[in-house]
Design a protein around this ligand. Sequence first.
Ligand code: KG4
Ligand code: ZN
Length: 372
Amino acid sequence: MRSRATLLHVVIDVSRQRREIGDLRPISRERNVVLLLGIETSCDDTSAALVATGGRVLANVATNQDAFHARFGGIVPEIAGRQHLSLVAAVIDEALSRADCGLADLDGIAVTAGPGLIGSLVVGVAAARALAFARTLPLYAVQHLHGHLFAPYLGETNVASPAYPLLALLVSGGHTQLVEAESATDIRMLGRTRDDAAGEAFDKTARLLGLPFPGGAALDRLARRGDPRAIAFPRYRPREATFDFSFSGLKTAARRIIEAPDRSSSDADIAASFEAAVVDTLIDRLDRATDRRSYRDVVVSGGVAANSRLRAELCTWGERRGTTIRIPALAYCTDNAAMIAGAALLQGEQIRVEPLDAVADPNLPFSLTPMV
Ligand code: KG4
Ligand code: ZN
């Protein structure tokens, strides 16, 4: 039996949930409206969401396991898998109840199939397979990064639809990628990090500064008190025409400065200068891509898109380039199940699988295999 104590550990992010949804029920009976249950367990957040056609989020419940991993200074895969197992059913129940609907109202289930931690992915995939099989519902296997890519098109009321061609910068704890999309299913990667992900660089530098894990958000707060020009950190700007990223040189430079016995810079100045170097590098790759071709939408998504300096600089950049920038609401920047259901609503049949054929793939490729 599930104990209340377990549920007390759940930090529920009631991000922008709708309470006044009486007018929407039964949503799946409305003409042309599809209601999906999304499930996301690729890393260390157990999340479930109810999302309808047009990216309307009826509920988005995300648990946060940070307290279980903090003392190890990073995510422990074994712990993440076990936490998902103990939370997934409660989180799905909570999402259904907040959306005021039941399994009978669903038109399908969307689940993150990969990439991610295998012990984490299998929990969500097993839950989705079981529900889809038992209720004879369509099952959609979503690539986690496609979820991030379409996260800006989620909201509780009307939101914009993606405009193609679309350029997207996906910046999270595990990934830093620049991608372009001609449609919801024709997506290719332009560049990726050669070493650390942007969020990983934030977390490692934050740790050296004595900030608790995951340190990205704490470093962001610290940086607001510092001078971004105090230290000239290196910016990775390769001469060749590449859209790749690298953050290891910057991370090493930060370590050298933080650990210097005679250091004179304050923590806040180091944080602000480090953050400015990451942001400049990201904006430089957007410049390179938009110099080559114009895009109707430019998306910046993933946990690092929550960074306040990046968000501010992107606004300025968008105005300067005359480009529409789409950044998800904060609740949809970090891992969440609403973005998984949202991606499935856009990609539809191309990612549909037979429930018992769905598999968790920690190395799921980025591009969809063309249908023949
Ligand atoms: O997308 P996400 O929740 O999980 C992954 O798929 O990795 O991203 C988490 C990452 C962490 O590295 C975290 O430190 C970083 O996003 N992050 C931030 C901020 N908020 C979260 N990095 C910089 N500034 C922030 N405000
Ligand atoms: Zn993610």
